[in-house]
Design a protein. Structure first.
Length: 352
């Protein structure tokens, strides 16, 4: 606690401490090339003519120790092949518990259903953690009108931002390096916990507010904006991560995350999504025809089978509604009456 309080008086640089036991061979060359390319694209006047090694030193990926080049901690975290060789606890531990606490199931004695240590660079740990969450959570269905929409327990975009923030902003001081990031899935919630509380001017009240952002690991944070991940980069580093979390939860009709913050840890908790009263009651027969027309308009055409899959209704029920819409001139078939390729579309009027 004394060390964390003392950090408030200066900007920590634990993220660019040299890892003298490592060498550039411990880094992924493709990732280094991508970081260099990104830096030159963003700041051509600064980096266009500099040698690759100089760029990596100036970005904090590499440093010199006794005239020898070695990676920094940030360099290992963003581009390391196996950073846990040097820092075994800088990892993510993902655990699925059967109940609402870590005590497990008292009747069966089962403490957890699944647990995995996730290692590698930050991009590697991020993608594997998201894969594990997606595999272990449920994806249910709700009705919009009469048609079905798949809804996961937790929006992946919110989980992605939370895990990325945990890895980006966690405590990387010598004391903090003995603690890993935890992602715990319970029967009623998902918790993401990282060592080290909020840093600098950032408070619980300021999270999600524009223009307010403090970074404990400023070099690592910058490097992550240059580090490729899927179709973009690991983070944007514009202080919008928590805004994205709140927005994606709101769009999924879920409450904001619960926040716990102390000098030694920071925790985000997502409540498991529950169907709203509107979703549970939205099975009115009056909206089925309207929902079918809306879906046909959106997709151009659909088969009976496709409409059954979207609505969860039986073939007899869906066929009855389609026939009524055909009789009233709102919908028309695209093939002859007995064609196995039969599809239906909305009748276009003379002005369309």
């Amino acid at each position: 606690e004394v060390d964390r309080l003392a950090e408030g008086a200066f900007q920590p640089h634990y993220d660019i401490e040299p890892v003298a036991a490592a060498s550039i061979d411990d880094l992924n060359k493709n990732t280094l090339t991508a970081i260099i390319r990104r830096a030159r694209d963003i700041f051509p006047r600064v980096f266009a003519t500099l040698p690759d090694e100089t760029i990596l030193i100036q970005l904090g990926v590499l440093t010199k120790v006794d005239d020898r080049i070695c990676p920094t901690l940030s360099g290992l975290l963003v581009a390391g092949i196996f950073p846990q060789r040097f820092f075994p606890r800088l990892k993510v531990v993902f655990t699925v518990y059967p109940g609402v606490s870590k005590t497990g199931n008292e009747k069966t004695g089962v403490r957890y259903l699944d647990s995995k240590e996730i290692v590698g660079s930050i991009p590697d740990m991020l993608v594997e953690t998201l894969t594990m969450v997606q595999m272990r959570m449920n994806t249910g269905a709700v009705l919009e009108g009469a048609l079905r929409k798949d809804v996961p327990d937790y929006p992946l975009i919110a989980v992605r931002e939370a895990v990325a923030n945990a890895l980006q902003h966690r405590d990387y001081s010598p004391d903090g390096r003995g603690t890993h990031v935890e992602v715990n899935m319970y029967s009623d919630r998902l918790e993401i916990t990282n060592p080290g509380g909020l840093f600098g001017s950032t408070t619980i009240e300021s999270l999600g507010k524009e223009g307010i952002s403090s970074s404990r690991n400023e070099y690592l944070s910058r490097l992550l904006t240059y580090t490729p991940f899927e179709s973009g980069y690991v983070v944007e580093n514009k202080g919008t991560g928590f805004m994205v979390i709140e927005s994606s939860l709101a769009q999924a009709l879920m409450p904001p995350p619960k926040i716990q913050n102390s000098l030694t840890f920071f925790k985000l908790t997502f409540e498991k999504r529950r169907r709203t009263m509107i979703e549970m009651s939205n099975r009115s027969w009056e909206v089925i025809d309207e929902a079918i027309i809306a879906e046909l308009t959106s997709r151009g055409s659909c088969s009976i089978k496709e409409l059954m899959a979207m609505s969860g209704l039986s073939r007899a029920t869906m066929t009855s509604h389609i026939r009524k819409l055909v009789r009233t001139g709102k919908v028309e078939p695209t093939e002859n009456a007995r064609s196995p390729k039969q599809r239906y579309r909305v009748v276009r009027n003379d002005h369309d």
